[in-house]
Design a binder for this molecule. Structure first.
Ligand SMILES: CC(C)(COP(=O)(O)OP(=O)(O)OC[C@H]1O[C@@H](n2cnc3c(N)ncnc32)[C@H](O)[C@@H]1OP(=O)(O)O)[C@@H](O)C(=O)NCCC(=O)NCCS
Length: 147
């Protein structure tokens, strides 16, 4: 009988660096639901990457808006690395260092991301109609309170 497959290891989360941008660009291109910015912009915000082995498996971009108020600007995991706890590890590393309210917007059609954020304790607080373009769509605003 074949040996059982070991569970995937927990990814390491570290600060993103300029040398990570090619991998981040590739993940972003493969994630149409994510925000699509020029990835070099992410170095001007708080950028974290999750590393599995030697490979970048996902990234998280956040910024502080004011004391006690922060927002998630972008989050994406490589399609082949999804459902292995990569995004959860990225968010956990971030939430350990933030206090107060954390906000984000997500496309109304992006149920996977909404389920992901709900699984970590985020709650939908309001909607912004016609917030997104290409295609035009409502944004769900979600909030988390970090103590
Ligand atoms: C949303 C996204 C970041 C989740 O990343 P991930 O690494 O696969 O998520 P995790 O493995 O850490 O999932 C943690 C929990 O979130 C929930 N979850 C994650 N993906 C889900 C899905 N597709 N459907 C339902 N629940 C989901 C589950 O509760 C999951 O726990 P479980 O696997 O033990 O059931 C990923 O699907 C992605 O990159 N999507 C495209 C980009 C995107 O939508 N970004 C968000 C922009 S706001």
């Amino acid at each position: 009988m074949a040996a059982p497959t070991p569970p995937p290891s927990i990814p390491l989360v570290r600060r993103g660096e300029p040398s990570d941008l090619d991998a981040i660009r590739t993940i972003q291109k493969a994630s149409p639901e994510a925000a699509h910015w020029d990835v070099s912009e992410y170095l001007h915000h708080d950028l974290r990457v999750a590393v599995h082995g030697a490979r970048i498996a996902g990234f998280l971009v956040t910024r502080t808006l004011a004391p006690g108020e922060s927002e998630i600007l972008n989050l994406a995991v490589a399609p082949e690395s999804r459902r292995h706890g990569v995004a959860r590890a990225l968010l956990a590393a971030y939430l350990r260092h933030v206090t107060g309210e954390v906000y984000l917007e997500v496309r109304a059609s992006n149920e996977a991301a909404q389920e992901f954020y709900k699984s970590l304790g985020f709650k939908a607080v309001t909607q912004r109609r016609e917030y997104y373009s290409s295609p035009m769509e409502t944004a769900i605003v979600m909030k988390f309170h970090s103590c």
